[in-house]
Ligand binder design. Structure first.
Ligand code: ADP
Ligand code: TRP
Length: 370
């Protein structure tokens, strides 16, 4: 078996050239970021709208906590967003919105590579190559594909089918080990592992590590939506998601409209889904005493859902307000955002080029005329 270690492939002059471009990020040095033996982490969010509490607690909270310990790559998945044909100007706005929200939440361009997927063309090439080890049957069985073709029956394109291959390319291009995502992405990770293992086996190499979904708490999470129907999501029904940049009044209205029932009739009754969803949201933003207070009230049948919702809304507002303020501040400085994206793409491309070069060698795409 051939064993590939990630060796630095840049020439000294190329590295120097890079270092000269770091005025914007004075604390950064090549050696501090690249070529470390730290475990690699990668994750991304599709540019399909503004970030909500589900994105924050399922993904971003982990991104932020992982930055100091790992070599991190965080990106904005604008190619994945194309599978549902967004209008071009709208897509650009969404990319900017996600980048702004990444930074406002605490992603640090000095610690992590923060980039836009389409700025790293090596990903698209690896996607083409990985398509050769992905089978039509397994792609058709993927739950997210089955859901998407129901939802977009008029646009069942090949991009939807091969969505997990592009996602595997995102991960494998940096040979990442850990992928901080919410519970809904577990199956995609399983597919990425299958492609990695199949590639290694087919070519007799030990090249791609097996990537795993990861949450710092040890458990992948699913933040429920306010409509009682399932997960909080950008494109679920109106009123289902609370966005990080949302106004206090809009948050109050959405929470007060959340579905409840007529209340418990017996002590210590099991909570129905809509009610347990409200408690799950409280676990994320409220103090333990608050949760205990409403839990006791539920268990002794004295709970007033109006009070619970009012408290939940105020706790969400207290959590999102500082983030919203940072988002608004950053929006006034598009030049800074552009510089962050360019700097991140440069870092990501360096790592991507290393992987792709090795993949070319392994697959027989180099030294053809020797
Ligand atoms: P959305 O489903 O809102 O369009 P994405 O699919 O772009 O969001 O998800 C980006 C990240 O946020 C992924 O890691 C995903 O697992 C996570 N995520 C999205 N919604 C939730 C949720 N309700 N609970 C937990 N994690 C979530
Ligand atoms: N599929 C992910 C989602 O819908 C977004 C994504 C694209 C992603 N590529 C990725 C997440 C790579 C983690 C790693 O949320």
């Amino acid at each position: 078996m051939l064993c590939y270690l990630s060796a630095p492939l840049l020439s000294a002059s190329e590295s120097l050239n890079r270092l000269q471009k770091t005025e914007l990020f004075p604390n950064h040095t090549e050696s501090a970021y690249f070529c470390t033996m730290k475990e690699r982490v990668l994750s991304g969010v599709r540019s399909t709208g503004n970030l909500h509490l589900g994105n924050y607690f399922g993904a971003l909270k982990n991104f932020i906590q992982m930055q100091d310990q790992y070599e991190c790559y965080f990106f904005i998945a604008n190619l994945h967003a194309l599978t549902t044909h967004p209008e071009p100007e709208m897509l650009k706005r969404s990319v900017k919105a996600v980048l702004t929200e990444y930074i406002a939440c605490g992603l640090d361009p000095e610690k992590s590579a923060i980039y836009v997927q389409s700025d790293v063309p090596e990903i698209s090439e690896l996607y083409t190559l990985l398509n050769m080890v992905a089978y039509k049957g397994e792609l058709e069985k993927c739950t997210s594909f089955k859901e998407k073709i129901k939802k977009h029956a008029e646009n069942i394109n090949a991009g939807l089918l091969t969505y997990p291959v592009l996602m595997a390319a995102d991960i494998l291009i940096h040979r990442a080990h850990k992928v901080p995502v919410g519970k809904d992405q577990e199956q995609h990770l399983e597919m990425a592992r299958n492609f990695a293992v199949r590639f290694n086996h087919k070519y007799g190499v030990d090249f791609f590590p097996e990537p795993f979904a990861f949450d710092m708490s040890g458990q992948l999470i699913k933040v429920p939506g306010l409509d009682g129907s399932g997960k909080m999501g950008k494109s679920e029904s109106e009123g289902n998601a609370i966005f990080l940049r949302e106004d206090a009044d809009a948050i109050r209205k959405k929470v007060m409209r959340a579905k409840t029932d007529s209340g418990p009739t017996q002590p210590n009754q099991e909570k129905p889904v809509e009610i347990s969803n409200l408690f799950t949201l409280m676990q994320l933003v409220s103090a333990p005493e608050t949760i205990a207070f409403f839990d006791d009230a539920y268990n002794n049948c004295s709970i007033r859902y109006g009070d619970l919702k009012k408290q939940l809304a105020e706790d969400i507002i207290a959590f999102t307000t500082p983030l919203k303020e940072k988002i608004l501040e950053l929006e006034n400085n598009p030049k800074q955002l552009q510089e962050i994206a360019e700097y991140g793409a440069e870092k990501a491309r360096k790592s991507a080029r290393q992987t792709l070069g090795a993949v070319h060698d392994i697959m027989g795409l180099t030294s053809i005329w020797k």
